[in-house]
Ligand binder design. Structure first.
Ligand code: PNS
Length: 161
C-alpha cells in the first residue's frame, strides 16, 4: 500500500525549515503532498500559485522530487484533500511550545473530522528560529533573507523587492 503524507501550510514563502520537514517526510513516506492553503488569519505576501512554484523550484534544487507532489487546495477543509488523495497522515513541523499550542487543536479537529492523524516533526535546530513571518518582515525592510530560505525564494524576493 502506498502511504501518502500531506505537509500543509501557508508557505508564504517556503523556508529552509519547511524544506527540512518536507525532505524528512519524503524519506519516511512513499508519497508526500505539499499542499499550499490560504490561511485567512494571515495577510499574504505571495499569490498561492507563486508559493507553489517556489516550493517546486526549491525541491528540485534540493534533489527531493522523486516522491514529492506540490499543489494547492482551496476547495474546503484540508482533510477533504486528504480523503480525496487517500492520505491518512498530516505532517507538521514543531519549533516551540507556541507551535504545540497552535497545532494541537487542529490535529484533534482533523482527526475528529476524518480520522486523519497528525505527526509532528521536530526541526533541525539550525532552523528552529526561522518562520515565514520573520522572512516577510526582514525582506520587506530590505534585509538579507538568504540564510533562512531556499535560493529560489531569496532570488525571487530580491528581484521583487
Ligand atoms: O502555515 P500555516 O498558516 O500555519 O498553516 C495553517 C493551515 C493552512 C495548515 C491551516 O490553517 C489549515 O489547515 N487550513 C485549512 C482549513 C481547514 O481545514 N481548517 C480546519 C483545520 S482544524
Amino acid at each position: 500500500m502506498n502511504t501518502i503524507a500531506v505537509v500543509p501550510g501557508s508557505f508564504d514563502p517556503v523556508t529552509l525549515g519547511h524544506l527540512d520537514v518536507i525532505e524528512r517526510a519524503a524519506g519516511i513516506f512513499d508519497e508526500v503532498h505539499v499542499v499550499v492553503v490560504h490561511n485567512p488569519d494571515k495577510s499574504a505576501l505571495l499569490p498561492i500559485a507563486q508559493r507553489v512554484s517556489l516550493i517546486q523550484q526549491a525541491i528540485v534544487d534540493g534533489g527531493v522530487t522523486g516522491n514529492v507532489v506540490v499543489t494547492s487546495w482551496s476547495m474546503g477543509l484540508l482533510v477533504d484533500y486528504c480523503v480525496e488523495v487517500g492520505a491518512k497522515v498530516l505532517i507538521k513541523g514543531i519549533r516551540s511550545q507556541i507551535d504545540v499550542a497552535y497545532e494541537t487543536p487542529m490535529a484533534i479537529v482533523n482527526r475528529n473530522l476524518a480520522g486523519v492523524e497528525t505527526i509532528f516533526l521536530l526541526p533541525d535546530p539550525a532552523h528552529a528560529h526561522v518562520s515565514s513571518s520573520l522572512v516577510r518582515q526582514v525582506a520587506g525592510l530590505g534585509g538579507d533573507v538568504a540564510p533562512y530560505v531556499p535560493a529560489a525564494v531569496a532570488e525571487f524576493l530580491a528581484a521583487h523587492a
